[in-house]
Design a protein around this ligand. Sequence first.
Ligand code: ZN
Length: 440
Amino acid sequence: MSPSADVEAKRMSYTVDLEQGLVSGASSQEASTQAPPAPEAQTTSETSESQIQPMAAQADVAPEPDIHWQEFTIKSGDTLSTLFRKAGFNDGLMLSVIHGDGEADKLQRLYAGEDIRFGVNSAGELVAIELQRSLLESLKIARTEDGFLGETVVREPEARPAFAAGVIDGSLYLSARDAGLNDRLTMELAGIFGWDIDFVYDVRKGDSFEVVYEELYIDGEKFDTGRILSARFINRGGEDNLALLYTDANGESDYYSPPDGKSMRKAFLRVPINARVSSPFNLQRRHPVLDVVRPHEGTDYAAPPGTPPIKAAGSGRVKFAGWKGGYGRTVVLQHGDNITTLYAHMSRLGKGIKNGTRVKQGETIGYVGSSGMVTGPPHLHYEFRINGAPRNSRTVKLPPDAKPVPDSEMARFQKFTEQRLAQFNVFRESNQQLALASDN
Ligand SMILES: [Zn+2]
């Protein structure tokens, strides 16, 4: 047996193992899908004349062997009328099609790049038209006894689980790309762990990740990737972060960490201090002395210096702690990948608060003061920014309250977790053995 044949054989047997592994313990939809038969000669539909039933029609309509199809790819400048004429039909017939029932009139909206097929029976009559809008969507019009009837058909792609794993060398981005993840999945991965891990600052050489994600197939051909189903990030220190996409009994899906079912998303405090607002957020504010527009990009909370404590509005990482010009003694926190909060004019910082420190929501990060350029009484100046843009912290839509898996569903969640861990193991083993096989 040649080395390549050996690898091929191993790959085959793992695929089988994988499916058995998945089917045995799993009830979830994507785990038990079977590979459909390989697609057959599809390229022939490029030609304008063919006897082959279009691929897209197979899944939805019973094949009518005596329909003869003509297919055209719509170019800019084509009109429905010119297309009908190319297919050998006149405007009168075209009108009776678009005046048909259901969604038949939608045939008038054509876009360059779409494919249109005319189906003719053995008597030479137009009996069906299919307009392929995209890989998944088509408009199907059929002749009935009462005239033409149109219907939009949207096909559901088949989602099959796929696996990627890598060890970080430079950045998550590069390692994920090497592992075969596209940019969208990598961003999603960073987003899932974004409340716990800062992929710019926290990630070190030797950290590793594993991802089970969906590959989307139509007619047995992969055309896109779907959701991340489970993801794992292991720090060199051995800290194992695991996130599973779990759909609860109400049908809502979100990422949770086993075994306790905590949400991967962390909640935010609307107000970081127990004190009254002394100056609201106002991007049009006029400066009281200079009389120029001097936007107030935060909210001020006045309080006696030193008390009460200033709390981290959300869990995250200390991006900055120290003196920041007119802001005085300041802490900036990074939450997830796009939110920052800023706390200014402090009298002193909270214990252990310094650049890079990880903080939990509600943790004390400092105390009210009047450091920096302060007019009026001591206060906390608090800013909330999304992608760097100031937002009103009192009205901004905060990430939804992240509730854990409810107690009533914990048994279900535990079972789900077992299945997902087993899936990881099966993928990991086949991945390692494939790597060994290709080393030989
Ligand atoms: Zn202020």
